[in-house]
Design a protein around this ligand. Structure first.
Ligand code: ATP
Ligand code: ATP
Ligand code: MG
Ligand code: MG
Length: 265
C-alpha cells in the first residue's frame, strides 16, 4: 500500500491475538432467529429443512477452513473447534470471527435459495450471524464446552417439544403452556408428553435431541511437534484428505472423545 500523510490513523487500530497453543472455539449464532423463524414460517418446534440449511452451511464452512477439526450445532448456532496449532490470520481475533460469521451467512443464504426457491429470502429479513471466539487451555475444557452446548440443546428441545405439544395438540394458548411448564423438571415434561400426548421423548429424532456433530475422522493420531518438516508437510496433506463425517451422537459420555485422540492435536 502506498504511504500517505493519512496513514497515521492506522496507529489507532488494535488487534487481539488469540493465545498461542490453545484451542480456539468459534461460535456463530443467528441474529434474531426467533423472528426469522416466524417470518419464514418454520415448523415448530423443529423445522427440519431449516436445520438442514444450518448443517449444510456449517459443512461448507468446515470444508473452507482446514484448521477446523470438529463442529457442533443445533437451533441457529454452530461451534467450530480449531486445532491447537492453528495459525489462521496469525490468530487475529477480529479477522477470524468476521470470517466465520460472513462465511456462515453467505453459505446459509446460498443454500437456502437453492433448497427453497419458493421461499426467496427478503432483503428486510436476511439470515445474519454474529460470532465470538474463546480460547481454552486443555482438551478437558474443550470437551466440557461441547457437553455444555449439547446439554443446552437437550434442555431446550425437551422444553420446546412439550410446549408445542401443549399448544398444537393440547389447544392451550402460548401463555397457558408457558405457565403450565413453570417449575417443571425434565421428568415432569417427559410425563406430560407421554401421559397426555402419547409421545415418548426417547423416540424423538436424534437430530432434535442431540444436535449435529461434524468431525474430521482420521485413522491415526500424530504428535506434530515430533515430526520433521517433510513429515509435517505429508501430514498436512493427509489432514486435508481426512473424511468429514456428520453424526447425531452423544458428546457427554467419554466415548466420543476417547475414540478420537487426534482432536487434541
Ligand atoms: P484480505 O483478505 O487480506 O483483505 P484482499 O485480497 O481482500 O485480502 P484488500 O487489501 O482487501 O485485499 O484489497 C482488495 C482488492 O480487491 C483490491 O486490491 C483490488 O484488487 C480488488 N478489488 C476490490 N474491489 C474491486 C473492484 N470493484 N474492481 C476491481 N478490483 C477490486
Ligand atoms: P439472538 O439474536 O440474541 O441470537 P434469537 O432470536 O436468534 O436472538 P436464539 O436464542 O438464538 O434467539 O434462539 C434461536 C431461535 O430460533 C429459537 O428459539 C427458535 O425459536 C428459532 N429456531 C432456530 N432454528 C429453528 C428450527 N430449525 N426450527 C424452528 N425454530 C428454530
Ligand atoms: Mg440467535
Ligand atoms: Mg441461538
Amino acid at each position: 500500500m502506498a504511504n500517505s500523510r493519512y496513514e497515521y490513523v492506522r496507529q489507532f487500530e488494535r488487534e487481539n491475538f488469540l493465545l498461542p497453543d490453545t484451542y480456539i472455539i468459534v461460535r456463530v449464532d443467528g441474529k434474531g432467529f426467533h423472528k426469522f423463524s416466524d417470518y419464514y414460517k418454520f415448523a415448530k418446534p423443529n423445522d427440519v429443512g431449516a436445520l438442514e440449511v444450518m448443517n449444510e452451511a456449517a459443512l461448507h464452512v468446515f470444508k473452507q477452513i482446514s484448521d477446523i477439526v470438529m463442529a457442533y450445532g443445533d437451533s441457529d448456532e454452530y461451534s467450530f473447534l480449531l486445532r491447537k496449532k492453528c495459525s489462521l490470520y496469525e490468530r487475529r481475533e477480529m479477522k477470524i470471527v468476521t470470517l466465520f460469521a460472513a462465511t456462515m451467512a453467505a453459505a446459509y443464504q446460498h443454500i437456502w435459495n437453492t433448497k427453497f426457491p419458493e421461499k426467496p429470502l427478503q432483503l428486510e429479513r436476511l439470515p445474519i450471524f454474529d460470532a465470538r471466539a474463546v480460547v481454552y487451555p486443555s482438551m478437558e475444557h474443550v470437551s466440557d464446552y461441547f457437553r455444555w452446548r449439547q446439554v443446552d440443546c437437550h434442555i431446550n428441545n425437551l422444553y420446546n417439544t412439550t410446549f408445542w405439544a401443549l399448544v398444537s395438540k393440547g389447544g392451550m394458548s402460548p401463555k397457558e403452556a408457558e405457565n403450565r411448564l413453570i417449575g417443571t423438571v425434565s421428568s415432569d415434561k417427559n410425563e406430560i408428553l407421554f401421559k397426555e400426548f402419547g409421545i415418548n421423548y426417547n423416540n424423538e429424532p436424534e437430530i432434535f435431541k442431540k444436535g449435529t456433530v461434524i468431525v474430521r475422522e482420521y485413522q491415526e493420531s500424530v504428535d506434530e511437534s515430533q515430526l520433521s518438516q517433510r513429515q509435517k508437510q505429508r501430514y498436512e496433506k493427509k489432514r486435508g484428505k481426512a473424511s468429514i463425517m456428520v453424526h447425531h451422537i452423544d458428546l457427554i459420555k467419554n466415548d466420543f472423545w476417547d475414540s478420537r485422540p487426534w482432536l487434541q492435536n
